[in-house]
Design a protein around this ligand. Structure first.
Ligand code: BES
Ligand code: ZN
Length: 452
């Protein structure tokens, strides 16, 4: 049987298996789900073995395990592809906004709804099924393949870089391959060539050593919540330009040629507003929405707390207040350097009436990948053949820090071969994967590997 026909013939089983995978609540950030994360790793191991990988191992890290698999039978004359994916997911909260339960995969029309459907279990599983299709129809893969699937991507991959550094031989390859991004539309294939980086901090402002009465002390005690808000307000202007000194020093400017190219990317402003759920866009006026979200840095408060937030009024002046702040970075902003810059600035603008603590939660570098490699051309042809239309090269605003690690530690470029859609609701309620893209993903990977 032809390899692509095999995929078509077994499509229902592939979908059922993906649904099993999605039933495991592998939420990496919650200690209560530690065993579920491991269960997802074990599930993957079983399916990698069943797909034909002769060597599969669940490898321990100080945190959640890494699933490693290898199939090198194509021989030394053929390239080795290193596939990366992640089997952990974000928490499903807020739960009451889900139309179907997050860990009960539900097919509505062509969309499979579940946490992790698109990010990244559905996309990671594409590679397992592509391998199976090769194995069952040709008995072998056309190239050598190594896989690492991690269980800590959604918490900033704290153990991945040390793992890669310690296992460079195990991971040695010619090209990286990741399906954890999206294309532009059902019939609009795209290849991502740049990702943003991330620096993520938690700031705590400490005032009185206990909560005090806002009537008795208000006006004479500097309220940490008020202070925190004033400090945050000094981090950017009303149009989103970050006002931390030095923040833009290492930002790689967009060349006029790249701006002209980005301007040609089909962009439906009305659809974008609808997807985002906003009436109007916002941000640096000198840049387009696409440039602002992919090629310019951004600073956002992700959460803020302190004081009384239950129903009703309580007249209290809280002893401390905190905020989580993320900074999306662009090449060549270095996450550690940016974190130090922000920390120093926060300390500098803090009034003497409070103490400020800054915690570095995690970070990751952005990346730009080569577009002129033979592997990129093979990816281009694979998308074009599967979707009946040439893919467009775009930048993306999300982060996949391992791309920079592959470049720096393993010396390899990565192909970002994603199959999600812009409205997949990643990290949000009602995440879904457009199932025709699951099958097209398997087809594209098969064509890519055959064409390398
Ligand atoms: N798959 C996403 C990143 C993504 C989504 C890139 C869409 C491009 C298009 C990934 O799983 C993710 O969410 N990454 C985190 C990384 C962080 C925790 C270091 C992110 O971007 O917030
Ligand atoms: Zn994610």
């Amino acid at each position: 049987m032809d390899t692509l026909t095999y995929v078509y013939t077994h499509r229902q089983r592939f979908l059922d298996e993906l649904s099993d995978f999605l039933r495991i609540p592998s939420i990496s950030t919650q200690a209560a789900h530690k065993q579920d994360v491991r269960a997802a790793a074990d599930w993957l191991r079983t399916h990698l073995s069943a797909a034909g990988f002769p060597y599969v191992e669940v490898m321990e890290t100080p945190g959640h395990p890494i699933v490693y698999a290898r199939w090198m039978a194509a021989g030394p004359d053929k390239p080795t592809v290193l596939i990366y994916g992640h089997y952990d997911v974000q928490p499903p909260d807020p739960l009451d906004e889900w139309r179907t339960p997050p860990f009960t995969p539900t097919l509505v029309g062509d969309d499979l709804f579940a946490r992790g459907a698109s990010d990244d279990k559905g996309q990671a599983f594409i590679h397992v099924k592509a391998a199976e299709a090769f194995k069952m129809t040709r008995g072998a893969l056309p190239v050598n393949v190594k896989c690492i699937f991690e269980g800590e991507e959604e918490i900033g991959s704290p153990n991945l870089n040390p793992f890669i550094e310690a296992h460079q031989d195990l991971l040695a390859a010619d090209i990286g391959l990741i399906s954890d991004t999206h294309i532009l539309g059902k019939d609009l294939p795209a290849i991502i060539y740049a990702l943003r980086g991330l620096a993520y901090i938690e700031v705590t402002v400490i005032g009185p050593d206990h909560d005090v009465h806002s009537g008795l002390y208000g006006g004479a005690v500097n309220n940490p919540l008020n202070v925190l808000c004033r400090m945050i307000a000094q981090l950017q202007d009303a149009q989103g330009h970050v006002t931390i000194p030095g923040f833009y020093d290492s930002v790689r400017d967009l060349s006029p040629a790249e701006r002209a190219e980005l301007a040609k990317v089909p962009f439906d402003r009305a659809a974008w507003l609808k997807e985002a759920g906003v009436r109007s866009d916002w941000g640096e006026p000198a840049y387009t929405i696409l440039e602002r979200t992919t090629a310019r840095p951004a600073l956002d408060v992700n959460g803020i707390w302190g004081g009384y937030i239950e129903p009703g009024a309580k007249t209290v002046l809280p002893g401390r207040a905190s905020a989580k702040i993320s900074m999306r970075l662009v090449p060549d902003q270095e996450p550690q350097a940016i974190t130090r810059l922000v920390e120093a600035y926060l300390q500098k603008i803090a009034p003497p009436t409070v103490q400020v603590e800054v915690k570095d939660l995690h970070g990751g570098e952005g990346a730009i990948v080569r577009r002129d490699s033979p592997a990129m051309q093979a990816a281009f042809r694979a998308y074009a053949a599967t979707f009946g239309r040439d893919p467009i090269f775009i930048r993306e605003g999300g982060s996949i820090p391992v791309v920079a690690t592959f470049q720096k530690v393993l010396g390899i470029e990565t192909i970002l071969m994603g199959f999600g859609l812009p409205d997949d609701q990643l990290h949000a309620p009602n995440e879904k994967f457009h199932i025709p893209n699951f099958y097209k993903g398997i087809e594209t990977v098969i064509r890519f590997m055959s064409g390398l």
